[in-house]
Design a binder for this molecule. Structure first.
Ligand code: FAD
Ligand code: SIN
Length: 517
């Protein structure tokens, strides 16, 4: 089997992976692997923007309070403090590397999104912020000779010996090989693809979280899956995200009779936090039997919509929907994983030499519900921190060598059928509103597929399926154990916050899910 050595291995080339790689390159040779083309990941598709307390009317303390409020009592305060305090410096650094954010006159323009008490969302070309970040970070990484990048290289498993990570087993163009590294950073993004209705790109199958779990790392908060309230609902179209900034600029949610139903759910109406709005929409859809509700932008005027949201406008036009004069059919979609591989604020996991950052990690910064547009910032802040801590830890490590690993590829028939069944099961039973019965039923079905978890695969679809089964099962088991409702986790059989609701749920392979002290 082929073997390659590098100082640092970074798995994933979104905002978190690239931020880590740029930092690590100051200390040695970095190899960034990614399972698709370098830009394919959630970062590239981010629309609304990036939250940062930089406007004249804002303060980091207010950003801190808003983040805690959205997190519904479960944020780790030190992580939030780090995010909001280091955020402005990371943004200024990004601007110095060439990032262009929209301006009003000579000043940066800040947008409003749900649950923010100030306008603080920087955006680029209206609604293409993620693309701009990815462009700038990839160009920066390309300019650094110490960074090498392998696209179409799939991380299959981590190599862990005596409690320390030595690198990863990968499949490069279907050929198994080993990459040895003194430190490894997991930045593989989210898990949206385990749900049939999702805003996430195809790469978001939770690989890094599943891989870390199999290697023995501790996970946390896996029950907290964020559903975005407004994805496009058209039989002929994918569930394209309709950014929250549309509601921030005055977009209205209407039911089939044209009523602004949010007034019955929350005083902040369309700008209540995401969990509140998603739950309200699902409740309305269940009550009326409708497959969607409506988003109304018609009062904004065509010129404003085209200028402020050019990508949303053009995409809807492609599906023959004129959002300047027609109502937009929308429904909630799985969007973001608040949980993941448990880390401290330096990206350290429970395994030596293994670090995690971005959506694959759980620093506790989002608690039970992420504040809109905080995750690009999280990728910048904690990606850099993970890179810097990994370099420090690796400095004292001996060179890794001499390892042999057996990969015996296995293949499963009908894996695409199981994939579809799994994604529908998760939407039906482990979605916005859950109960013991729905979760139990899901857990039993997932158990029937668990034989796949022991197999080794080198083809992407099969490996992804194995990871998706594992992720679905981790979400379901954590959701069963949390017998209360908080943030994005709502149990119809336990709708209130019970006495120990502030505890986090950890999961390891050895112990299964457990309530942390
Ligand atoms: P990603 O950007 O998803 O990158 C993951 C990387 O890992 C990819 O390169 C992928 O190919 C690679 N990878 C995965 N598995 C493997 C494997 N097994 N082997 C090798 N490589 C692998 N957040 C905001 O703050 N503001 C927004 O406006 C916003 N809008 C969004 C819009 C959409 C449509 C979506 C889906 C998300 C949005 N988010 C937004 C969330 C945010 O984009 C993500 O949380 C963030 O970009 C995650 O960054 P990341 O670096 O952790 O992961
Ligand atoms: C959006 O633009 O609504 C997405 C923002 C986010 O997920 O933070």
């Amino acid at each position: 089997m082929q073997k390659e050595k590098t100082d640092f291995l970074v798995i994933g080339s979104g905002v978190a992976g690239l931020s880590a790689a740029i930092e690590l390159s100051k200390h040695g040779k970095v190899l960034v692997i990614t399972k698709d083309i370098p830009t394919e990941g959630s970062t590239e598709y981010a629309q609304g923007g990036i939250a940062v307390a930089l406007s004249d009317e804002d303060e980091v303390g207010i950003h801190y309070e808003d983040t805690l409020r959205a997190g519904d009592g479960l944020c780790r305060e030190q992580a939030v403090k780090t995010l909001v305090e280091e955020g402005p410096e990371r943004i200024m650094e990004l601007i110095s590397w060439g990032a262009e954010f929209d301006k009003e006159g000579a000043k940066l323009a800040f947008g409003l999104e749900a649950a923010h008490s100030r306008k603080r969302i920087l955006h680029s070309k209206g609604d293409s912020t993620g693309k701009e970040l990815e462009r700038v970070l990839i160009n920066k990484a390309r300019s650094i000779p110490n960074i090498k990048r392998y696209p179409f290289t799939l991380a299959v498993d981590l190599i862990v010996e005596n409690g320390a990570c030595l690198g990863a087993a990968v499949s490069r163009e279907r050929t198994p090989s080993i990459i040895l590294a003194r430190a490894t950073v997991l930045a593989t993004g989210g898990t949206g693809q385990v749900y049939a209705v999702t805003t996430n790109p195809e790469v978001a199958t939770g690989d890094g979280i599943a891989i870390a779990y199999r290697a023995g790392a501790m996970l946390e908060d896996m029950e907290f899956v964020q559903f975005h309230p407004t994805s496009l609902y058209l039989p002929s179209a994918p569930h394209f995200l309709l950014t929250e900034a549309l509601r921030g600029e005055g977009g209205l949610l209407l039911d089939s009779s044209g009523e602004r139903f949010m007034k019955r759910y929350h005083r902040d109406m369309e700008l209540a936090s995401r969990d509140v709005v998603s739950r309200a929409i699902i409740t309305e859809m269940n009550r009326t039997g409708a497959s969607h509700v409506w988003l109304d932008l018609r009062h904004m005027g065509r010129e404003f919509i085209k200028k402020r949201f050019p990508m949303v406008y053009a995409t809807c036009q492609r599906y023959e929907l004129d959002i300047a004069k027609e109502l937009i059919p929308v429904c909630p979609a799985a969007h973001y994983m608040m949980g993941g591989v448990k880390t401290d604020i330096f990206g350290r996991t429970s395994i030596q030499n293994l670090f995690a950052a971005g959506e694959a990690a759980c620093t506790g910064v989002h608690g039970a519900n992420r504040l809109a547009s905080n995750s690009l910032l999280e990728g910048l802040v904690f990606g850099k921190r993970a890179g810097s801590a990994a370099a420090l830890e690796a400095a004292g490590q001996p060179d890794v060598d001499g390892l042999q690993l057996g990969l015996l590829p296995y293949s499963i028939p009908a894996h695409d059928e199981i994939r579809g069944d799994l994604r529908r099961l998760m939407g039906r039973n482990v979605g916005i509103i859950r109960s013991r019965n729905s979760l139990k039923e899901a857990a039993e079905q997932l158990e029937k597929w668990s034989y796949i978890e022991d197999k080794v695969f080198v083809t992407r679809r099969e490996l992804e399926l194995k990871n998706m089964i594992q992720i679905a099962s981790l979400i379901t088991r954590a959701a069963l154990l949390r017998k209360n409702s908080a943030g994005a986790h709502y149990r119809s059989d336990f709708p209130m916050k019970t006495t120990n609701w502030k505890s986090h749920i950890g999961i390891t392979k050895e112990k299964g899910p457990f309530i942390e002290e």
